[in-house]
Design a protein around this ligand. Structure first.
Ligand code: AP5
Ligand code: MG
Length: 190
């Protein structure tokens, strides 16, 4: 198994690059944001709970997302590897993920961390908000709150994996193709 975390702030291009990476490497894409939005659109109790946090740009409680990832790992036993997008977002989530992967005799091989300035993030997300229908993209206050949550709770996840020398920084501004090439180069070195 080969497992990657695609890491970066809101709007850094995780979803965009994930689509290309899973096609090239045959990995199973696990995006907690996508899983939560699917719960919301199916109007499940979990979705209803999560929506309250997401609409404010706040992180959903750890136990909710860890539970979702745990069952996604169990329902994909045939996967050649996983691409985690938007997870883990706290140190507690990172520790939980390590334990879950260990139970399956595997681990995170590399954390690819997209580097994008705050001005560019806000510009991209406001732009996407014009058409995405995502309630957390439509106003700048919520976008800033998401970036604030990232700086306060999520950026430490890179330090966590840095202790195991697993983090590779990738320039996240430029063309989608150039960034994809840089990501592939790093994966091929593993
Ligand atoms: P989530 O869905 O994960 O969203 P996010 O991390 O806030 O970021 P985005 O998905 O908006 O951005 P992205 O990095 O995927 O960029 P994208 O490729 O779309 O999370 C949403 C919410 O769910 C959270 O706020 C939280 O409440 C909850 N949640 C999710 N996971 C959680 C967890 N683990 N724990 C707790 N809560 C959790 O690109 C963005 C835009 O930029 C697009 O329009 C794209 O076309 C454009 N773009 C991409 N690349 C480029 C480029 N190179 N140049 C110019 N534009 C570009
Ligand atoms: Mg995304």
């Amino acid at each position: 198994m080969f497992n990657i975390i695609l890491f970066g702030p809101p709007g850094s291009g995780k979803g965009t690059q994930s689509e290309n990476l899973i096609r090239k490497y045959g990995l199973k894409h696990l995006s907690t944001g996508d899983l939560l939005r699917s719960e919301i659109s199916r109007q499940t109790p979990l979705g209803t709970e999560a929506k309250n946090f997401m609409d404010k740009g706040q992180l959903v409680p750890d136990e909710v997302v860890i539970g979702m990832i745990s069952s996604a790992l169990d329902t994909n036993p045939q996967a050649v590897g996983f691409l985690f997008d938007g997870f883990p977002r706290t140190e507690a989530q990172a520790e939980a993920l390590d334990k879950l992967l260990k139970l399956k005799n595997t681990e995170i091989h590399v954390v690819l961390a997209l580097q994008v300035s705050e001005g560019e993030l806000v510009k991209r997300l406001l732009g996407r908000g014009l058409t995405s229908g995502r309630s957390d993209d439509t106003n700048e206050e919520v976008i800033r709150a998401r970036i604030h949550e990232y700086n306060k709770k999520t950026s430490v996840v890179a330090d966590y994996y840095g202790r195991f020398d697993k983090v590779k920084k990738i320039e996240g501004e430029g063309s989608v193709d150039d960034i994809f090439t840089a990501l592939c180069k790093e994966i091929n070195l593993q």
